[in-house]
Design a protein around this ligand. Structure first.
Ligand SMILES: NC(=O)c1ccc[n+]([C@@H]2O[C@H](COP(=O)([O-])OP(=O)(O)OC[C@H]3O[C@@H](n4cnc5c(N)ncnc54)[C@H](OP(=O)(O)O)[C@@H]3O)[C@@H](O)[C@H]2O)c1
Length: 248
């Protein structure tokens, strides 16, 4: 019997789809998938009914669209949300690539990256918190990246992506301090999946050794184990795909 919900935001993400298909096999967990456009059912969960899987389509990730999605979610079910995964993130688009040097830095591209990678997850943290503050525990996972670590930055480049993930980590750290007072049932995790074979990393895979390029299915399995093993301790954890802490 379904007694809890897992919420996946940015559910068209390849890693998000892999999480969805693994969570879908749990008999006690309903799935809510939120994405900008219809999610390919074959890619996610093959069998579904309205209780087990609900898809919510958002026009964009502006505050009003997020409010509408949350209203839809609340109307759908009163079951507690035990896990949230925010998968949103961009590195490149049709109009920009990550910077190799200062001359490549572009203000408009930076705004798009910071909007998708920092602002979008932050709005979800802000707007979901009121419906997560119950007694039941909730693990709230946001996809960050190791390149958001200032300490780890030995190679340079990728100004916008690095800065957006570093800013995301600071937002989450600040939120964790507030949630430790206001919502002791919520555990925030900033997660680095490792280089994973998805559209985001596709153009940058050629120098990645085969054993360091992960499948989405592998990363999802790792992450679900890490989430289950991580206690609610009122701090932000910055963890990689092995469950190891990353230095800020
Ligand atoms: N793949 C890697 O090697 C790697 C490494 C380190 C960190 N990460 C992080 O892991 C997360 C998942 O990435 P992925 O590899 O699964 O990527 P992906 O398959 O390319 O998925 C892209 C994600 O970004 C969202 N998105 C795209 N454009 C957006 C916009 N303009 N505003 C807000 N959201 C937007 C999509 O949401 P919709 O569902 O609405 O389309 C989707 O959730 C990202 O945060 C990424 O930075 C990935």
């Amino acid at each position: 019997m379904i007694n809890q919900l897992t919420l996946i935001i940015g559910a068209n993400s390849d890693i998000g789809k892999a999480i969805a298909s693994q969570v879908a096999s749990l008999a006690d967990t309903g799935l809510i998938l939120i994405s900008r456009q219809a999610i390919d059912e074959k890619d996610t969960v093959e069998e579904q009914n309205s209780l087990k899987v609900k898809k919510i389509t958002v026009k964009d990730y502006q505050p009003q669209s997020i409010d509408n999605a949350i209203a839809d979610l609340v109307a759908h079910s009163e079951l507690p949300i035990s896990q949230v995964f925010v998968c949103n993130g961009i590195l490149h688009s049709e109009t920009f690539q990550p910077e190799k040097r200062l001359e490549d830095f572009d203000a408009q591209a930076f705004q798009q990256v910071i909007s998708a990678n920092t602002l979008t997850p932050m709005l979800w943290v802000q707007k979901l918190t009121p419906i997560l503050t119950r007694k039941s525990p909730c693990k709230f996972i946001v996809f960050s990246a190791r390149v958001g670590s200032i300490n780890d930055n030995k190679l340079g480049g990728w100004y916008s992506y690095r800065a957006s993930k570093a800013a995301l980590n600071m937002m989450l750290k600040t939120a964790s301090i507030e949630l430790a007072r206001r919502a002791k049932n919520i555990k925030l995790i900033s997660f680095h999946p490792g280089t994973t074979d998805t559209p985001l990393s596709k153009p940058f895979q050629k120098n990645v050794p085969a054993d360091k390029l992960f499948t989405s299915e592998f990363v999802a399995k790792q992450l679900l184990t890490i989430v289950a093993d991580t206690p609610i301790d009122h701090t932000l954890s910055y963890l990689d795909w092995q469950g190891k802490s990353i230095n800020w």
